[in-house]
Design a binder for this molecule. Structure first.
Ligand SMILES: Cc1cc2nc3c(=O)[nH]c(=O)nc-3n(C[C@H](O)[C@H](O)[C@H](O)COP(=O)(O)OP(=O)(O)OC[C@H]3O[C@@H](n4cnc5c(N)ncnc54)[C@H](O)[C@@H]3O)c2cc1C
Length: 260
């Protein structure tokens, strides 16, 4: 049995196709339009926002005589007035490793604007178990011993079942899959596993807020604190209204512009 701490990997993000965007700007009559966006996600969010009112410059829309200049100011206003759908276009892609099934059950409750690929314990046979040990358990010697002993026993159960069915010698993958799927039923919900999670920026803001809140579970608070650390400076104009306040040793990431 191995004790682990969740890991957060930011593995992808939206990229602008410059030729396509330039062709669109020419089409709409502003070939020289540029912006000071720090990232492609922010540049794209601004473009989608401005196309709504044709507000790339004064005069393009006869109703518009003045436009807000600058990516930070523009997106800051979008967030403040709650035009959250503009934030749905750009996405970020994460892989969360060494997270428990407690965490993944909670994560997948967030459906809007997300995509999920989860390690299959029907295909991937459990051999060695690893787990994140929550602080309360770690802080109490007796409960720590119970926790570790239980996990070691459950690890032994997996190995005993594997031996009982001779799965190492089994050639047919279809049989191995059925057995692996049966064995996982006696695995603990706290076992560490891997999940891929992508989301748009509207969902990202909502989930970071909800899951770093002090009443959320420790592991998901830990993970979304790490998520925030990785995105905060990368997309300052999409997340700059947040502040992180430490509560019970973990960041509570909050904003006045809730749920855009
Ligand atoms: C601290 C905490 C404790 C929790 N405890 C429990 C618990 O005890 N039991 C339990 O079952 N769950 C619990 N949850 C999960 C919670 O009920 C939600 O399922 C979860 O937070 C997903 O968030 P969401 O509803 O905002 O959905 P998301 O999918 O994140 O959607 C974002 C927003 O989009 C809108 N939306 C999404 N889907 C729909 C829809 N179908 N119809 C209309 N609008 C929609 C809503 O405005 C929603 O808030 C808990 C969550 C937290 C943060």
């Amino acid at each position: 049995m191995k004790m682990v701490t969740p890991r957060v990997f930011l593995v992808g993000e939206t990229r602008v196709v410059d030729e396509g965007l330039q062709a669109f700007l020419e089409h709409v009559g502003v070939p020289d339009w540029t912006t000071d966006a720090p990232s492609d996600a922010e540049r794209l969010s601004e473009v989608y926002g401005r196309l709504c009112y044709r507000s790339f410059g004064p005069g393009l829309n006869p109703n518009v005589t003045r436009v807000r200049e600058g990516n930070g100011s523009y997106l800051g206003n979008v967030i403040q007035v709650g035009h959250g759908s503009v934030l749905e276009h750009a996405v970020v892609n994460f892989i969360f490793a060494d997270v428990s099934r407690v965490f993944t059950h909670e994560l997948v409750r967030h459906r809007a604007g997300t995509a999920v690929s989860q390690e299959s314990l029907r295909f991937v046979r459990l051999d060695r178990l690893s787990a994140y040990v929550p602080t309360h358990i770690q802080e109490n010697e007796e409960s720590m011993q119970v926790f570790l002993r239980t996990l070691e026993q459950l690890e032994e159960v997996q190995q005993t079942l594997a031996r009982a069915f001779g799965i190492e010698e089994e050639k047919a993958f279809s049989v191995k899959k059925k057995l692996t799927s049966a064995f996982r039923r006696v695995a603990p919900i706290g076992l560490a596993t891997t999940i891929g999670w992508s989301c748009n920026f509207r969902a990202l803001r909502h989930v970071v807020e909800a899951r770093t809140a002090p009443d959320a579970e420790e592991e998901i608070r830990l993970v979304f604190g790490m998520v925030y650390e990785q995105v905060r400076d990368r997309y300052p104009h999409l997340l700059g209204d947040y502040e992180a306040v430490e509560v019970d040793g973990l960041p509570h990431v909050r904003t006045v512009n809730r749920k855009v």
